[in-house]
Design a binder for this molecule. Structure first.
Ligand code: DNO
Length: 388
């Protein structure tokens, strides 16, 4: 696999020169300064590409060319937004940037309740506590009938363990973790500094009233069918990121959560340019998914790999596990042997050795990711030489 790294542009404190020193071959980035829904002009695309090339690297993957909410819920401007998306894609294609990661998750891109959950060794990780998430949903968001979406054990844990510890500061931290800090840099729906993130979030949820999984699937197929001609013309591979976590949350439809979903979306638009970002981490956050089996089944339709893995606890909580987890080693073996050139980046590594003071985007530490990349590179070197 090609060793890539998610880099957030020229203002990222982790520079391209640093990345060359640690064995990174390709860059995963986006034009973060262009608002969601606006065209990525040829000029802006070339500027970014040249910047990366001048530093001896290549722009391997766009993560993400964001799909506007209005395309997802089929609002009145959807066709206009799809036309703009097609122009951005063509401009990327002309510049030779041909792997595009995106997601089709309504409103919330990814969700965690704790961004610095302490590990016994002094490092910290991202963590999802189901009972704290229920507290956010029921008591902060106050979503109608929210309690019906949680099992008795989770509700009991919420009442006994979470509620007594809640204060205005603790509630603010939960809001920040779930809908602000994890979102601002990915989809722009909610940004740091928004005065009423919860109110804004409630308004966003309303856009999906009456939209069920089938309706969302139709909207996704409509979007993909509209852009496939551009992908055919320029040889662009689209790769959807699975829903993170791969569960139904906050009453929103989620349609890339399991084997059946993946099969449905690939079959709905059978063009080989319609593919998958195999995020082993997101998929493994659902106890129903066997990531190794999924990797075997979908390697051929995978255009981009996210190397990380989660451990799900019996109560439904999950945390990021080691990049040397045997399941991840197996996933790396499958891709290394069947898709040797596919771009891969490590993801959601721990905060360690001073990372916590650097203000990195949640999940995107330097030392933690460097260690993870070293570990995955070692696995690749080992499994790549095994007979197939
Ligand atoms: C989280 C990321 C996601 C991913 C988007 C792709 O860390 O993996 O935010 O970039 O879902 O559109």
């Amino acid at each position: 696999m090609e060793k890539t790294w998610r880099w957030f542009g020229p203002n990222d404190p982790i520079t391209l020169d640093m990345l060359r020193q640690i064995g990174v071959e390709g860059i995963v980035t986006a034009l973060h300064h262009i608002p969601n829904g606006e065209i990525w002009t040829e000029e802006e695309v070339c500027k970014m590409k040249d910047f990366i090339t001048r530093h001896g690297l290549r722009w391997s993957v766009v993560e993400s060319l964001p799909v506007s909410e209005e395309i997802k819920y089929a609002g009145p401007h959807r066709d206009e937004l799809i036309e703009k998306y097609k122009i951005s894609l063509a401009n990327l294609g002309k510049a030779g940037v041909k792997t595009i990661c995106y997601n089709f998750m309504p409103v919330l891109d990814w969700a965690r309740t704790d961004l610095e959950y302490p590990n016994p060794d002094g490092t910290s990780n991202l963590y999802f506590n189901r009972a704290e998430f229920a507290y956010f949903d029921i008591h902060i968001l106050k979503r109608k009938d929210a309690e019906k979406d949680y099992d008795d054990a989770t509700l009991r844990r919420m009442n006994e363990k979470v509620k007594p510890l809640m204060s205005p500061e603790a509630e603010k931290r939960l809001v920040d973790n779930i809908i602000v800090k994890t979102q601002g840099f990915v989809n722009g729906n909610i940004s740091e500094g928004d005065l009423d993130p919860v109110g804004k979030f409630r308004d966003l949820l309303k856009l999906y009233e009456g939209i069920d999984a089938d309706a969302l699937r139709n909207n996704m197929a409509y979007f993909l069918n509209s852009i496939m001609p551009v992908c055919d013309e320029y040889g662009i591979d689209m790769c959807v990121h699975p829903d993170d976590p791969p569960l139904q949350i906050l009453g929103l439809p989620r349609i890339v959560t399991c084997d059946d979903d993946i099969q449905k979306f690939l079959e709905s638009v059978p063009n080989p340019h319609n593919g998958l970002t195999f995020c082993a981490g997101s998929l493994s956050a659902g106890a129903h998914n066997d990531v190794v089996e999924l990797a075997k089944k979908y390697a051929k339709r995978t255009h981009f790999v996210h190397a990380r893995i989660c451990k799900v606890m019996p109560d439904g909580d999950f945390k990021e596990s080691s990049h040397l987890d045997p399941r991840l080693i197996e996933v790396v073996r499958i891709f290394e042997q069947t898709r040797p050139g596919v771009p891969m980046r490590v993801d959601h590594a721990p905060l360690m050795l001073g990372d916590e003071k650097m203000g990195y985007n949640a999940g995107y530490s330097f030392h933690g990711r460097m260690l993870a990349l070293g570990e995955i590179a070692g696995v690749m070197a080992t499994v790549g030489t095994e007979s197939k």
